[in-house]
Design a protein around this ligand. Sequence first.
Ligand code: NAD
Length: 488
Amino acid sequence: MEILNYINNEWIKPNVQEYASVINPATGEVIVKTPLCGRTDVNMAANAASEAFPAWRRVPVQDRVQYLFTLRDLLKANHDEIAKLITNECGKTFEESKAEMVRAIENVEVACGMPHLGKGEFVEDIAPGIDETMIRQPLGVCATIAPFNFPGMIPFWFLPYALAAGNTYIVKPSEKVPMTMQFIFKLIEQVGFPKGVVNMVNGAKEAVDGILEHPAIRAITFVGSTNTAKYIYATAAAHGKRVQAQGGAKNPVIVLPDADMDMATRIIADSAFGCAGQRCLAVSFAVTVAEARNTFTEAICDAASTRVVGYGLDAGVQMGPVINAASKSRIESLIGLGVQEGAGIPVDGRGISIKGYEGGSFVRPTILADVPRGSEIAKTEIFGPVLSLMHVETVDEAIELVNSGQYGNQASLFTSSGSAARKFRYEAEAGNIGINIGVAAPMAFFPFSGWKESFFGDMHGQGMDAVEFFTQKKVVVERWPKEWSRKF
Ligand code: NAD
């Protein structure tokens, strides 16, 4: 496979000198190379999308969504093929890759409701003979800058809504995982959108800067790490664009003594170690309250040390590798930092290799115990299969600890107490809340609602937030002869 751009319904080999090597993280082998495109290619895509916009916005919405119905069918028909590509370039297991695409497809389905979702408002006789209307109109050219960890799903938090609302689009996949989107764009090609409506440009920082600065691009969505999110938010805003930027996370879970410990352990282990911990909703630290400490610690250590780690397409594998060798060594040194800062390490996943996959970037599930409050390891996003344990005596202390963090992507509680659950739901400072849930990922018809340093912007991805984000409101006040509204 050669990674190309898709612009104006054509596959284009960019004229670049620099490429990023894409490796299969389970084997360490280079599988393709991503062309690191710059402003020339972004300009080409933005021009194509600009030219396509006037005609596309005039296509009736019920006709625009027909393209999405076809895309949905093609995504379903190619579900396994896409999932294999995700596993091979991103490392997660085949089941995890399939689950990722379920959410992508669900977003296409929700966006197919645009004839209803995008309706305006109308009030007649705000004064005799005067009526007021609110219409939603598309913005123009919009773009998504995507991270590596959900190569198939994340662009679908945005793209289907933008297209259904009448915008044209550019996707910039992560340079670490370009194959999945390239395959999905082959499906987009089969759908037969009019020329220039959907485009893809590959690359890294230079392509991103081209998108941030291009005058024709009206709105940008970004998903990735917090530092980049801050840069994207500030730079896009300085260029007068509508922007939403989802950032990193450090997601807490509180375990109360009245929780169903078997269920809590199973679900928290799946959250912390699923996708090798490279999920923005992965639980990364657990706060046990009072006597939950001993039972939970013992059970979670057992779950961590028995998890089957390997190549995600092999049968029985429960956890794949992390994205690359640099990430493995970063995760391992952060574990080392935690130990230096005083944490215990009852389960140590460093320094392993998997038979038959010696070139892979594997880190086994790791538990850091008694992590000191305020330490670097308690604050830093590790983005790997590492669960930190902390302990307090009361629910109030636990909620205070949860709320002291800089991030606010997700917070979870395991309990059988309705009052504790309600208090937590009310007070926890995070946009996605789980009660006896380890990955509180919103369905496509709800917003993906990160808070604090996990999100910069106003409207989120998915559902009605995406409809709002990709449309601008126009209010029309009309005066007609007063007699027309009089009672005859
Ligand atoms: P990243 O920030 O390194 O990269 C994301 C995108 O930004 C890529 O397309 C990359 O090419 C581009 N980019 C990277 N550095 C840049 C720079 N200096 N200037 C301009 N563009 C740049 O993130 P990643 O490593 O691909 O993804 C992992 C991160 O994403 C984690 O922090 C994770 O928590 C976060 N994430 C958040 C959510 C969420 O919903 N909040 C979802 C998924 C992932």
